[in-house]
Design a protein around this ligand. Structure first.
Ligand code: IMP
Ligand code: MG
Length: 173
């Protein structure tokens, strides 16, 4: 079934904001090396665009955790489906997330990764839905705060579809 999708944030606006975030990160991590942990699958598009524009040396690793099934409601906990390939001890790490909704995913993930003794651990998210937060997880860098609507595109899916849309759109029922 196809859905009607309205543009919420245009491709140009997303790209421009990612450039700003990359510049900020490059300044904040000047003289350091940065290890990006990309949360599959939704964050991949964002992470690539971001990484390409960061000017300090970057390494990347990938992790898959699940909190959502194919629907629109959070299960309230996470399961690690794909572990990191590399140790993060002593590294300056940023978790790259597509969207923070309830905050459950990042709350559990931050605790898990803090326990592995990185030199530092920050979070960047492309999108934040602050109205939906049920945990007190703090994001260090955020692309856009958006209202409580289910969005797709730029990596975000609805039942695995629409990740390849180049803009952020709202799914109409
Ligand atoms: P949280 O644990 O409730 O913060 O949910 C975070 C995860 O839920 C995100 O990484 C997304 O995979 C998914 N998610 C939350 N809101 C949306 C949305 O509006 N569109 C697509 N995926 C979403
Ligand atoms: Mg996700």
């Amino acid at each position: 079934m196809e859905h009607q999708i309205d543009v919420m944030i245009s491709e140009e606006k997303v790209d421009a904001r990612i450039c700003e975030l990359a510049q900020q990160i490059s300044e904040d991590y000047a003289g350091k090396e940065l290890h990006l942990i990309v949360i599959l699958k939704g964050s991949v598009f964002f992470a690539c665009e971001l990484a390409k524009r960061i000017t300090v040396p970057v390494t990347m690793d990938f992790m898959s955790v699940s909190s959502y099934g194919n629907g629109m409601v959070s299960a309230g906990h996470i399961t690690v489906k794909k572990e990191l390939d590399e140790d993060i001890e002593g590294k300056d790490v940023i978790i790259v997330e597509d969207i923070v909704d309830s905050g459950n995913t990042l709350f559990h993930l931050r605790n898990l990764l803090e326990g592995r003794n990185p030199a530092s651990l920050k979070i960047i998210t492309l999108l934040d839905k602050p109205d939906r937060r049920v945990t007190d997880v703090i994001t260090d860098y955020c692309g856009f705060e958006i209202p409580d609507e289910f969005v797709v595109g730029y990596g975000l899916d609805y039942a695995q579809k629409y990740r390849n849309l180049p803009y952020i759109g709202v799914v109409k029922a």
